[in-house]
Design a protein around this ligand. Structure first.
Ligand SMILES: O=C(COP(=O)(O)O)[C@@H](O)[C@H](O)[C@H](O)COP(=O)(O)O
Length: 281
């Protein structure tokens, strides 16, 4: 017979991924990680309850929150939407050299109390603090897996050595390395950078050895089509979807953008077609 935990992990992964094995997850840890200024463009979205109601109504498959925001918005989180609770972070207030480290801000048990369907932790591969973040991730993964909770790694190559050796953190060779390292650590989902092309992102997907790889959204694109094209290529490359924050919450009315992303992810629609259907162009 299969271990109880395996059943739990599979069941909870289905709360994020539809039958096609893909997901759109709304990310909102920015108030902590970047600071509340990220909400300046649409200030009412600094209130998590306001933006979460909008994104859930628009049909996202899951949300990714830090523990305190999951707590204050618990009652607006529809139980059909997967809840991912991230257990490490950093503020933008730290000295520059310490920005290459993420610290624990909650525990697996807190996520369980909040009804989480998955937990997440970041590893900055290549950072001078890589060792600390590896240990943090290993501990989170070991405890979470014991409880039947899937674990997501935010796998981000980052640090002075990465810049020196690869020129930029989005170089596919190092993104692919980070994805492989995440898979080797036992991640159930990997969230990472866009590498700039379908061909290079396909290499990242291959390196992840079957563990679903999701795009980390990034800064708000100049126009919606530009972002939809990236999501389209991620899917074409075999990616499992996207975890998106600013391209959603920095829009006054995020609904058309969410629906267009969902069309690309779940219906394989071309970016132009999806954008037109939702009145974005
Ligand atoms: O990983 C994060 C930040 O990464 P960063 O240090 O800004 O490269 C998270 O805060 C976000 O949840 C993630 O980037 C997804 O949100 P967007 O990038 O789409 O805003």
């Amino acid at each position: 017979m299969e271990a109880f935990q395996n059943i739990g992990i599979r069941r909870r992964l289905r709360r994020f991924f539809r039958r096609d094995g893909r997901a759109l997850i709304f990310a909102m840890d920015h108030g902590f990680e970047h600071g509340p200024e990220d909400f300046t463009e649409v200030w009412e979205h600094v209130n998590p309850r306001v933006i979460l109601k909008k994104v859930i109504r628009a049909g996202v498959d899951g949300v990714m929150l830090l523990p305190g925001i999951a707590r204050v918005s618990g009652d607006v989180l529809n139980p059909n939407v997967g809840l991912m609770v991230k257990l490490t972070s950093k503020t933008n207030l730290r000295p520059k050299e310490d920005q290459f480290l993420q610290s624990p801000l909650g525990f697996v048990e807190d996520a369980i109390k909040l009804g989480a369907d998955a937990v997440a932790a970041t590893v900055y591969w290549g950072s001078p603090y890589e060792d600390i973040m590896m240990k943090q991730f290993a501990e989170v993964a070991s405890i979470a897996h014991d409880f039947g909770l899937p674990v997501v790694q935010f796998s981000y190559p980052r640090g002075p050595y990465i810049n020196e050796k690869y020129g930029k953190k989005e170089d596919y060779r190092v993104v692919m390395y980070g994805a492989r390292a995440a898979a080797e650590m036992g991640a159930d989902m990997i969230k990472t950078y866009w590498t700039g092309s379908k061909e290079t992102f396909a290499k990242v997907v291959d390196a992840a050895a079957g563990v679903p790889v999701l795009l980390s959204g990034g800064a708000k694109a100049k126009n919606p089509l530009e972002f939809l094209k990236v999501v389209y290529e991620v899917i074409e490359a075999g990616g499992a979807g996207a975890v998106v924050g600013r391209n959603i919450f920095q829009r006054e009315n995020p609904e058309p953008m969410i629906k267009a992303i969902l069309r690309v992810i779940h219906r394989n629609e071309e970016p132009e077609e999806a954008a037109k259907a939702e009145g974005l162009i």
